[in-house]
Design a protein around this ligand. Sequence first.
Ligand code: IMP
Ligand code: ZN
Length: 350
Amino acid sequence: MELEAFCRKLPKVELHAHLNGSLSHSTMLQLKRYHADSGLTDNTDAFFDEFQIAAGDTRNLKQCFQVFRIAHSLTTTPEALTLATHLTLQEFQDDGCCYIELRSTPRDTPHMTKKQYIEAIILAMLHTPANMTIISRLIVSIDRRFNFAEAQEITDLVIEFHKLYSSVVVGIEISGDPSVGKFQTFVPLLENAKNAGLKVTLHCGEVCNPDEVQEMLDFNPNRIGHGTCILPRLGGNDATWNTLCIKKTPVEVCLTSNVNTKSIANYESHHFKELFDAGIPIIICTDDKGVFATSLSQEYRLCAETFKLDNSQLAQLSHRACLYIFDETSRKTVLDKLEHFITHNDLHLQ
Ligand code: IMP
Ligand code: ZN
């Protein structure tokens, strides 16, 4: 089987995907049609072509964060969110993804509250179209630019919804422009969420800030996203790298996102190699497949091509990723699927 087909067929888990960054061009067109049919306005006309950030795009990391406003203007009602969730889940499923933790930042819009925002995604995940087999879970995001009160409002909602729908709402995370806000603001809230049974993942080391990276690693999150500026050669220091090597905190690796936002110069110099060699758990993820015009199978393929991995090693990556999914009750189902694939394709795990 050629590599591209193998990567698509391989059962995979997606653990780092932002809903509004994952909207494909076709999903955005359907959302635009829904808005027009419902008499709602959106502000996409001037910006539609600016949504995708391809290789060599001249925008810097800060400017990249502007594009989410385009998607946000298309997800302003519970119905639009339901549509966006269903279409996105379908695309991940078609790409061979069998389990996904989709994440999203609750927003008040003229048509819904933050509470209705979260509820709409939960209900969309609970009531998927009949042909959908992908297991979907929700991680609620806190944007770094939120003040304590705003973040507290969201944390309280996440805890409330976790009590009602513990099988769907599995985690909480911190994301948004890494040059804004301070991790320490959110620590007491994350502790509350942890104590309520939620898992925690943090966008960590997207920009050079070794003090914050150290604080984040010392917090003992269940996983971190990116982990770019942890190695000394990428803006971390010996202490941050040694801490990661000792704690072996699982890292959600987003190759294309890092290259296209110029956080990393090219695929070859991605820290995947050092993480892999140090035995740090790695989960290959897309981050924002709509913005970066990628897919989960494409990320596996790029990883294999860049770091010379064979099919058994790719299957091993996917197999190992299953150990870090937040919904432990789904782990066996996902592992069974992978083990079946491994046996039938004569692959060998080490
Ligand atoms: P949403 O949370 O579903 O609205 O997805 C878009 C949001 O995810 C953005 O507004 C950012 O806050 C966050 N996001 C997406 N990609 C990244 C990233 O690479 N780093 C940090 N935050 C991100
Ligand atoms: Zn992200």
